[in-house]
Ligand binder design. Structure first.
Ligand SMILES: C[S@@+](CC[C@H](N)C(=O)[O-])C[C@H]1O[C@@H](n2cnc3c(N)ncnc32)[C@H](O)[C@@H]1O
Length: 233
């Protein structure tokens, strides 16, 4: 059960729909059989120890809002010694990642199937080596902007959970959100921009595969913006 004071900071919903098209039978079966083994549960009180989730891992990374999971699966494949926690609320995306985990026998992924901010609040200080929030819901309408997940409160929580020197990667294809992210990061005392390239924006890191959302954005003529930040020591 989640304490009342814990939900206080996350009362405002920051995600869109939880369900899309009806799941195919195979994916439904994975939700019923594989997810219970990989799901991360919040204890009634106290912290979630990422090291206990991945006892043999060299490090633990977190992706918030992994969508269909293609970036997370790529990272898990490329860094088999690292434990990856993926947080997502959209059932169809979760089922798709479960299918990749099963197909490729990825042994270093655990899933938190709820609002990532609840997990962030329960992670021990300096327990993560990297975090990703790629193409978060843009919430373009003025009255919805307060729902944007990249905001001071989330950056505060990330700053607590990330180790000094750990990397935070952000991306968006919405020019207004890009400016908003840049301002939020610049104003935050705990993050330092690692890379600024042409036009003042970071380029795509070689190990960062395009996500489904990004591919759609590019096909629609929008320009993705990438941020690479370091948790200050
Ligand atoms: C626009 S999609 C992008 C998905 C993926 N990162 C990509 O680039 O294709 C944003 C995703 O973040 C998820 N999301 C939004 N807020 C979240 C939260 N607080 N906790 C977990 N997932 C969240 C949504 O369900 C959605 O799947």
């Amino acid at each position: 059960m989640i304490a009342e004071n814990e939900t206080a900071g996350v009362r405002r919903r920051v995600y869109g729909r939880r369900r899309g098209r009806k799941l195919r039978a195979g994916r439904r079966a994975l939700m019923a059989t594989l997810l219970p083994h990989l799901g991360v549960e919040l204890p009634a009180a106290g912290l979630v120890d990422p090291r206990a989730l991945f006892p043999a891992a060299s490090d633990v990374w977190l992706e918030i809002g992994f969508g269909a999971g293609e970036h997370l699966a790529t990272q898990a494949r490329a860094h088999s010694a690292v434990g990856l926690i993926g947080a997502e609320v959209f059932e169809n995306g979760i089922a798709k990642l479960l299918a990749a985990i099963e197909r490729e026998r990825l042994a270093n992924v655990r899933l938190f199937i709820d609002d990532a901010r609840l997990l962030l609040a329960r992670l021990p200080e300096a327990s993560l080596g990297r975090a990703f929030i790629l193409f978060p819901d843009p919430w373009p309408k003025e009255r919805h902007k307060k729902r944007r997940i990249v905001a001071t409160e989330t950056l505060d929580r990330l700053a607590r959970a990330l180790r000094p020197g750990a990397e935070l990667r952000l991306a968006t294809d919405d020019p207004d959100y890009a400016a908003w992210m840049a301002a939020a990061v610049a104003a935050h005392p705990d993050f330092l921009e690692l890379a600024r390239g042409e036009g003042g924006w970071a380029g795509r890191p070689a190990d960062w595969p395009p996500t489904r959302y990004e591919q759609k954005a590019v096909a629609a003529g929008r320009t993705p913006r990438f941020f690479r930040l370091a948790r200050r020591g």
